[in-house]
Design a protein around this ligand. Sequence first.
Ligand code: O7M
Length: 220
Amino acid sequence: MIIRHNGLILAFDVDWDTKRSIVFLRGIMDLIDAVKVGWLQLLNIGPNGIKELTSGINTYFLADIKLGDIAHINEYVIRRLRDLGINGVIMHAVTGRENLNGVAKLSRDLGIDIFLLISMSSGGELYDLNLDYNVKLGTELGIAGFVVPATKPNIIRRVRSMVGNNYQLLSPGVGVQGGKPGCATASGADFEIVGRSIINSESPREVTLSILSAIKDPRC
Ligand code: O7M
């Protein structure tokens, strides 16, 4: 479970080296509840670099590789990510129950949270056609929560109404993709996930603070 102080997760989509990454993160760590890393880190600083980040910064690290393979590969990846200091992992729902059952149990045993992707901030029409099925699947698997798009507030509301308060809803698509800051949490998400609006800004701390004010006092 991600502890909610501010309601904001940084999508840390950068190809920077670990030194630059750590300096940047230290500048805004008090404002964000988790750091989402993924392919950009894997392909640039690699697993050892990710381990340096997770050792150097004291926060919740979410790995977003949108994992979606057969069971034994999924399970291998989860174990490796755990060794790198990762706390939560985003997985595709689309691979279905047989590929997710074992990994959900393994993750609980290892203390890793699984967040299931069940709708996408752009496209994702096959997901949206099967929304209720995938939400039900996630609740039966015993995962930590779901990824729901800030660009589709009706889906956030629908998923929240289905799962109650027992699951965390993480919402990407805020800022560059069109979601207005504060409106995904106002629709029922626990966290907004923001990347480029913060990372590419000249003053990331100020932008982050303005997103936090919108989360506290949404105008949607
Ligand atoms: O704020 P952005 O647009 O720069 O970044 C959005 C991040 O959220 C980026 O890291 C995407 O990989 C991720 N994301 C989406 O943008 N849309 C989705 O439907 C799902 C995700 C995702 O899984 O994030 C958890």
